[in-house]
Design a protein around this ligand. Structure first.
Ligand code: KIV
Length: 274
């Protein structure tokens, strides 16, 4: 098991950052190489999101992602980022069936994959029970409200949530219940800016936004969206790089140099023929 160093942040560190008005940065990562890149950065924490299904496995939703997928990828991220606080995303149906099942699945993230915390979606009464059950076995929980991608079938697509007055009020109530249940952090996704602001102001725990406006306590982006690997990005994404384009350019350079006899050069050869 990776040693927890004094430098490893904790839920209390993120709470202090909120209290000090210091914005929290989170990004997703799914494998060793991505985790190494995040590990070398100043980003505060990593989410091994079940968006794995979309950006790494090519599914059209997150619903097919399994516990086995998530445990494998979370463990790889831990190996690449031993210095970062890592949240493992509980996949669809891993916390919906019974409290026993929920606790066992949450524990597997910590014991087998060395995650520091888990995330689950929703704020209805059974989700509140799931949060309480996981917190009760000493595992920190990050909740997720608003546009929760595992509810895509019920929504009929990926749509901004909390637009009507009743929906807005319902999400506010769920956010308070989540804090009361003991979650240490809340991800708010795909809601009007006013709702993101109200929830961030109302809760003591940090609220991390993705498409939830400018007033959240921090932001999370999907690695592939922000680095330019995903051609279909939402309005809330800012692309900080165009790595897919750069990768294709590099692959074409390699292809051309091999065809033209320029690669390998003498410097890449063992005991070159003189
Ligand atoms: O799976 C994921 O990447 C997420 C983020 C979008 C918050 O849940």
């Amino acid at each position: 098991m990776t040693a927890v160093t004094n430098k490893m942040p904790s839920p209390a560190s993120f709470q202090k950052m909120k209290e000090a008005g210091q914005k929290i940065t989170m990004v997703t990562a799914y494998d060793y190489a991505e985790a190494c890149a995040v590990s070398a950065s100043e980003i505060d924490l990593i989410l091994v999101g079940d968006s794995l299904g979309n950006v790494k496995l090519g599914y059209d939703s997150t619903l097919k992602v399994t516990m086995a997928d998530m445990l494998l990828h979370t463990a790889a991220v831990r190996r690449g980022a031993p210095n970062k606080f890592i949240i493992g995303d509980m996949p669809y149906m891993s916390y919906h069936l019974s409290c026993e099942d929920t606790k066992q699945n949450a524990a597997r993230f910590v014991v087998e994959s060395e995650a520091n915390a888990v995330k689950l979606e929703g704020g209805n009464p059974s989700r509140i029970d799931a949060i309480k059950a996981i917190v009760d076995i000493e595992i920190p929980v990050c909740a997720h409200l608003g546009l929760t991608p595992q509810s895509v079938t019920r929504y009929g697509g990926y749509k901004v949530q909390g637009k009507s007055e009743p929906a807005h009020e319902e999400i506010l109530l769920q956010a308070s219940a989540i804090e009361e249940a003991g979650a240490f952090m809340l991800v708010m996704e795909g809601v009007p800016e006013l709702l993101g602001k109200k929830i961030s102001e109302a809760l003591n725990i940090p609220v991390i936004g993705i498409g939830a406006g400018r007033y959240c306590d921090g932001q999370v982006l999907v690695y592939h969206d922000m680095l330019g690997y995903n051609p279909n990005i939402a309005k809330f994404v800012k692309k900080y790089q165009e790595l897919a384009t750069l990768s294709t350019q590099a692959l074409n350079s390699y292809h051309r140099e091999v065809r033209e006899g320029l690669f390998p050069g003498e410097e890449h050869v063992y005991y070159p023929i003189k």
